[in-house]
Design a protein around this ligand. Sequence first.
Ligand code: GLC
Length: 533
Amino acid sequence: MLHTDEWWRDAVIYQVYPRSFADSDGDGMGDLPGITGRLPQLKELGVDAVWLSPFYPSPQHDAGYDVADYRGVDPRFGDLGDADKLIAEAHNLGLKIIVDLVPNHTSSEHAWFRAALAAAPGSPERERYIFRDGEQPPNSWTSVFGGDAWERTPDGQWYLHLFDVSQPDLNWGNPEVREEFLDVLRFWLDRGVDGFRVDVAHGLIKEENLADWTTTSTILGGVDPAGPPPPMWDQEGVHEIYQSWRSLLDQYEGGRILVAEAWVAPAARLARYVRPDEMHQAFNFPYLDAPWKPAELRTVIDESLEANNAVGATTTWVLSNHDVVRHASRLGFPVGSPRVPGIGAEDPQPDAALGLRRARAATLLMLGLPGSAYLYQGEELGLPEHTTMPDEFREDPAWERSGHKERGRDGCRVPLPWEADAPSYGFGPADASWLPQPASWAEFALDRQQGVAGSTWELYRSALGLRREHGLGHGSVRWADAGFAFRNGGVLVVTNFGAEPVELPAGARVLLSSEPLDGDGRVPTDVTVWAVV
Ligand code: GLC
C-alpha cells in the first residue's frame, strides 16, 4: 500500500546541530539526551519537525559529515537507545524527526574504506570507491574545501575526495553501494524517523570519463547556470537513485520524506530533484543567496514558486544553516556584498544592529511565504555569527585546506546560549563548550527572551502561530501593484526596503511586525509587517 501523508508541504523544520544544541553531561559537546530534554521548548516555539545533523560514529574531521558507521550513534552523542528515546519523545510531542544521510562519501575510517586500503588495486573492495592509477592525479579536480581532490595511497593508486581527504567518494556505479544505502534507509525508517536530509545530493554520480574541470568548484558557491555543466555535480544519473529511495519510503506509513541538499541552479534545474517520483523537497539556496533587494527577492520567489509548481512540489525557504554565515550577520554587510566563507577578527565586521533588524524582517518575510521553511538553531534568538573567534579554535577543515584563506564555518556552529547567567550560558552543566561562546551572548540567551515582548524568540513564536492560524504555508503569493508587498490568503505581507516609511492600506489591522511601526502607523525601513485588511 502506498502512503501519502503530506505533512511536509507547509512544515516549518528546525535544524538541530547536535554538537552545539544542548550538552547533558558537561563535556562541552552537545548530545542526544541534551536535545531530547529541550524538545518541549521547540514545541513551544511552534515548529513542526526537527532535522538533526549527523550524530553517527565518526572521527569528526568534518563535524560528523564523515560517517564511519551509518547504523550507530557516536559515543560523544549517546547511543542507539538515546536516538530511540529522542524519536519517541519527539513523536509524543507531535514533532517529526528528519535525520541526515551522507551518501556521497564515507569517512576514511569506515570499514569499507579500511578494507579498500588493505586490498589490492582492482579488488572489489576498491570498487566501492573511486580509485584510479597513474603517476599524476587522474584529473584536475579540486576539493570543495581547497587543495587537490585526489589522494595517493602507498601502493600508488589515487582515490577521489571532493571534500576532505578523510571523506573518500563512494562509487555509485557499484550496485553494492546502492544496496547498502537502501538498507541504511530501512534501518532508520524502521526506527521511526520521518525523513532524511540528503547531503550533497547533486554529487553522487560523476561524469563517466572524469573529464578535467579547472573552474574552482565551491559547492556552496553553487553552479554557474550560464557555464558548462561541471562533471561532478548535477549529473543525470543521480535521479534514478532518488527514484529508488522514493519507492522504498512510500512503502512506509506517515509520510516519510527526502530533502535534497543540492547546490543547483537555476530553480527549474533544482526542481528536477523534486519531481513526483523523487524527493519531496530541496533546500532553496538561491533564496538564501538573494541580496537584500526587493527586485531580486521578488524574482527568486517567483522563479522558485513557478519551478516547483510545475512539478507539483512544495517550495522551501531558508536563510541560515550550519554551512553559511548566520543571516543576522550576513545582512549586516552593505547590501549586495558577496557571501563570505566565514568571518575572523581581522576581517571586515558586519553592522550587528542593522543585521539583526534586517534578519528579523527577512524572517517575517520568509515565514509569510507559502511552502515549507527551514530554520537553523539559534536564529530564533537572533544569534549572530561569532565573527571574532580566535583562529586557534577553528575546526572546519576548510580553514586548513584553503591555506587559511577561508575562515570556514565554525562561526555559525557555536553552542547555543540558553540561560544568561549560567556556565556556558546553560548549554550544559559545566563551563565547557567545544567552540568558545562570545562574551556578548548573555543578551541572546533564551531566558532573557521568553515572555519578553518584542524579543526575537517571541517574534518567531508569534509568527509560527499566526502562520498556522492563517494557513500561510498552503497559500499563494499575489503581488501588490506597488512596493514590496504581497497577499497570501487573507494576510498582507509588506517589507520596506526603501529609505522612506511605507503606508499600510486604510483599515489594515497589524498582526505582527518585525519592529514597532512609526508614530504615524507606517512601516519603517528594513521592517516587515503582517496585516489583515
Ligand atoms: C554538506 C554539509 C557540509 C559538509 C559537506 C560534506 O555540504 O552540509 O557541512 O561539510 O556536505 O559532507
